[in-house]
Design a protein around this ligand. Structure first.
Ligand code: HEM
Ligand code: HEM
Length: 221
């Protein structure tokens, strides 16, 4: 069991992660079709005139109206910091890069260990804040289900166990086993749960035109 989790399952998890997202991307294009305009967009809309820097800034600030920024600034800042740390910490972690180098012969750039540890703590604090909101804010509690807590747990568990392993708290062998297992659970569930927003966020906002999309959108359901 231990050997499997620390051995083959690592490769299986990465393969499921990659193939899972490729599958979801293909499904998205199969389930949507090219948008046909009943009233084609006017040339003014399709070929916007060149804007000055000032006009761009004003437009960007204006487009923040009606987004999360105008309803909850603390959450906007927390979720932005959470996501940057969540991606940067594991990707640019020395320990992970050493493992990558050993198995593939290449690795990414590594942050100083103390900085990666700090980013990990930030992820944990933001995770605690998200759980707190769901538990204590009535309007958030009303729309939270067990699924939301499970997703948060899946996202935060590798950081908690990675942190404990790095600081060698408790029994190292058990902690690193749990770390690898929770990391694998995250990788395997990413394409098939709400965590798939890692890909869908971009697909929806760039391809499907809607209130929150960044562009007009060229596809429709
Ligand atoms: C699935 C395969 C994985 C393996 C084999 C693995 C292995 C490791 C190892 C060996 C360490 C160092 C522990 C030490 O210093 O003794 C570590 C730390 C860490 N891992 Fe992973 N890991 C995996 C997945 C993940 C995932 C998916 C994430 C998060 C998305 C993650 C986040 C972290 C973090 C944040 C730390 C460092 C915590 C700190 O320095 O405070 N790991 N990992
Ligand atoms: C890389 C692109 C990603 C983008 C653009 C993105 C974007 C977003 C957005 C817009 C939200 C909603 C705002 C909020 O409720 O905080 C959100 C929430 C969330 N994201 Fe991501 N995300 C990405 C990747 C990830 C990854 C890789 C994970 C975890 C493995 C993750 C975990 C979460 C969690 C747990 C929440 C909900 C927090 C809560 O319960 O309130 N995200 N994300």
């Amino acid at each position: 069991m231990g050997n499997f989790v620390e051995g083959q399952l690592v490769s299986i998890a990465f393969i499921v992660f990659i193939l899972g997202f490729i599958y979801q991307g293909v499904q998205f294009f199969k389930l949507t079709k090219k948008k046909e305009w009943v009233f084609p967009p006017s040339p003014i809309e399709t070929e916007p005139k060149k804007k000055t820097a000032e006009q761009w800034i004003t437009q960007c600030l204006h487009s923040l109206n009606g987004t999360l920024w105008s309803t909850d600034r603390v959450l906007t800042v927390a979720t932005s910091i959470f996501h940057v740390c969540l991606i940067a910490a594991p990707l640019f972690l020395l320990a992970h890069n050493i493992l990558l180098d050993q198995s593939w012969g290449w690795s990414l750039f590594s942050l100083p260990e103390s900085l990666a540890d700090f980013l990990t703590v930030i992820v944990l604090i933001c995770g605690a804040y998200f759980v707190g909101r769901r538990l204590f804010l009535a309007r958030v509690r009303a729309i939270s289900s067990i699924y939301d807590y499970v997703i948060l747990l899946i996202a935060v568990a590798p950081f908690l166990t990675g942190f404990l392993a790095y600081h060698q708290w408790w029994d190292y062998k058990t902690v690193i086993f749990l770390h690898i297992l929770t990391g694998e659970i995250m990788l395997i569930t990413l394409p098939f749960t709400k965590l798939g927003h890692m890909l869908f966020f971009f697909l929806y906002r760039f391809f499907i035109g809607s209130e929150y999309s960044f562009v007009r959108g060229s596809r429709t359901w």
